[in-house]
Every structure is written in structure tokens, then in C-alpha cells.
Ligand binder design. Structure first.
Ligand SMILES: [Zn+2]
Ligand SMILES: [Zn+2]
Length: 241
């Protein structure tokens, strides 16, 4: 969950309705307190909860334009325009006093995006599920108050994993996922580092929080930013901007 300007947003919906409501309850919130759910792309680990969340709640969903038709068919046509909206990557949007800017990233799902949010006092960048970064992506991280960045795997663990060859190639390829080293080298090469960093989307097979922590400590990143956090797949990780 992202809270900016006193408003709460969710990014993606890859967990069950039960985990959603239990997680919100820990914060003293219900789904009615959430302004919108923003979707980065349509891989299952990011949208599997959508049909049930949609049925069980009054949540609004905002999805990449190319994914809209497919999602609308699953949800029933009536969803369109009432609780299901689309964005075009590269445009700016105003949402309840927050500006959000979806931008394309290289990943093997149609129209995958990262997000940059700004409430006038703080800037937050969210980038996960991408196989490569360029100067343009680095611009979204540069000088941000908080960056959520994927640190998905160790390449040598992927190589020796039980995964089929095609999946290994996919993960390691330019439209797959960022390794620990790629994430840290992106952060280390920023002329204007962010204030705080949250590393996430760790593979449970090919990575671990301990491995990421070791990599972080061996990098120059802790000397550049005030806080580095590692998001757990299993429990709530709370970072204040
Ligand atoms: Zn993913
Ligand atoms: Zn993905």
C-alpha cells in the first residue's frame, strides 16, 4: 500500500482477498479507505486477486490501456467506466490530489509500466518486473524521496535452479527481471541518489533477504542513501517517506 497526501493506494493485486483484508486491518483500514488499485502488468503474480477483489469490494482499478479490454472481458462489460479505467504509459494523471506518471519498462508482458508518484511534497518511484534499465528509467529514480526497486535474483542461482531452460532464459533476459547486482548498480550510478530505497520482488527460489543484505553491504549504496529496506514476501514492510 502507498499512502501519499493522506490518500491510500494499492499497486497490483497478486494476493488473495483474505490477505488483502488482513493486511489492511493491520493498518486499521478497510478496502473502502483505498482510493484506487493501479496495475503494472497482467502477469499472474500481479493480477491473480483481481476477479475476487472486484466482486467483493467497491475498489476502482486503473490498468494499462492495452490490458483494459482483456480485463474488462473477465470482469464483465459493466465494469468499464464505473470501476475499471485505463491509463496510457507516458502520460501524467491527477488522482485525488496526487500526480502519477506510468512509464513503460522492458518486460515480457504487454505494456508493463513503472510508476512515479508526486503529491507536491514527496516523490515515490515504483519499478518492478523489468529486464533492463536505461538513462530514462534512472531519471525517475534520481532524487526521489523513496524508490521501490526490484532485486529479483542471483543469476548463478537461476542457472542451477530446477526451472526449465526457457524460464531461466526469460528471467535472465533483457525483458525478464533485474538481478541484485543490476538493481544495486543502477542505484550506485545515480548522480542524485534517492533518499530511501526499498528492494523487493525477491525470488523465493533464486534469492533471499540475507543474500540481498550481503550484496547491499558490499555495495556503495548504503553510503549514498539514508535507508535501504528489503521487502519481505511474507510480512508487512513499512517505510515512511
Ligand atoms: Zn512479478
Ligand atoms: Zn511480470
Amino acid at each position: 500500500m502507498l499512502t501519499l497526501g493522506g490518500k491510500h493506494f494499492l499497486i497490483d493485486c497478486g494476493i488473495s482477498y483474505r490477505r488483502l483484508t488482513e493486511g489492511l486491518a493491520l493498518e486499521g483500514l478497510g478496502t473502502e479507505d483505498i482510493e484506487a488499485v493501479l496495475i503494472t502488468h497482467t502477469h499472474t503474480d500481479h493480477v491473480s486477486g483481481l476477479p475476487v477483489w472486484f466482486r467483493q469490494t467497491g475498489l476502482r482499478f486503473i490498468v494499462p490501456e492495452m490490458a483494459l479490454r482483456r480485463i474488462a472481458v473477465c470482469m464483465g462489460g459493466a465494469a468499464l467506466g464505473s470501476r475499471l479505467f485505463s491509463f496510457v504509459p507516458g502520460e501524467d494523471y491527477a488522482l485525488d490530489g496526487i500526480t502519477f506518471h506510468p512509464f513503460p519498462v522492458e518486460h515480457d508482458a504487454p505494456e508493463t509500466v513503472g510508476f512515479s508518484f508526486d503529491d507536491g511534497t514527496a516523490r515515490f518511484t515504483y519499478m518492478t518486473d523489468l529486464g533492463a534499465v536505461d538513462e530514462w528509467h534512472m531519471g525517475f529514480c534520481s532524487g526521489a524521496d523513496l524508490v521501490f526497486l526490484e532485486a529479483n535474483h542471483e543469476p548463478e542461482l537461476v542457472e542451477v535452479s530446477y526451472y526449465p531452460q526457457a524460464l531461466k532464459r526469460r528471467i535472465l533476459g533483457p525483458r525478464g527481471h533485474l538481478s541484485n547486482e543490476q538493481a544495486l548498480s543502477l542505484l550506485g550510478s545515480l548522480k542524485r541518489p534517492p533518499r530511501k530505497v526499498l528492494l523487493g520482488h525477491l525470488s523465493e527460489v533464486n534469492n533471499s533477504p540475507g543474500r540481498v543484505r550481503e550484496r547491499v553491504e558490499a555495495s556503495g549504496v548504503p553510503g549514498m542513501v539514508s535507508e535501504v529496506h528489503i521487502a519481505s514476501q511474507r510480512k508487512v514492510t513499512r517505510v515512511t517517506i
